[in-house]
Ligand binder design. Structure first.
Ligand code: GRF
Length: 191
């Protein structure tokens, strides 16, 4: 599986995927990073790993179709057949969805359909839920709405802070994303 990872931030999930590949837990390669924030830390991670990246700023393009066309050119240059969104803070538009149908997945830090959208961890904290978690789902045109592939619950104690919840969530994410990608890869290669 030739992966592209899309990210906008720190890239700890990007790193967990790369580490799983290095450690032989994920039979795939990350061929390119797509990043919409040219100063994001994930770019440093890609550089360190010798993974090529394409960084762009949406405001420099006329519209989403225009930059998604450029992204598709980059993906095709790298022979990408699967896309993992990992903290990519933009909705995927019809241009990319039509080019990679059922080949784009996302990780979200809540048990969807609870707490979609931004700041899912803060939303869970403020709601005072005692269980939250992580979801991996196929991407469709909505915000965190596509078919669910995997979920893992995280129990919350009485004295959690947003930071302590985030730490628990990230630990689960870093295990479940590579594991799930490996299951997807095993299913794809069975055909
Ligand atoms: C993760 O919590 C992911 O679930 C969400 O954005 C965050 C990205 O974190 N979509 P990182 O950049 O991978 O550290």
């Amino acid at each position: 599986m030739k992966l592209a990872v899309f990210a906008s931030g720190s890239g700890s999930n990007f790193q967990s995927i790369v580490n799983a590949i290095h450690e032989g837990r994920l039979d795939a390669s990350v061929e390119v990073l797509i990043c919409d924030k040219p100063d994001a830390f994930v770019i440093e991670r890609a550089t360190k790993e010798n993974i090529p990246y394409f960084a762009f700023q949406a405001k420099e393009y006329e519209n989403k179709t225009a930059y998604e066309r450029v992204i598709i050119e980059k993906l095709e240059e790298h022979g990408i057949d699967f896309i993992a969104l990992a903290g990519y803070m933009r909705l995927i538009g019809p241009t990319l969805l039509e080019r990679y149908p059922e080949k784009i997945v996302n990780i979200h830090p809540s048990l969807l359909p609870s707490f979609p959208g931004k700041d899912a961890i803060g939303q869970a904290f403020r709601a005072g839920v005692k269980v939250t978690g992580v979801t991996i789902h196929y991407v469709d045109a909505g915000m965190d709405t596509g078919p669910i592939i995997a979920q893992k619950a995280v129990d919350l104690e009485e004295d959690e802070t947003e930071e302590s919840i985030a730490a628990k969530i990230h630990e689960v994410e870093h295990a479940i994303y590579p594991e799930t990608l490996q299951k997807i890869q095993a299913n794809l290669s069975r055909v």
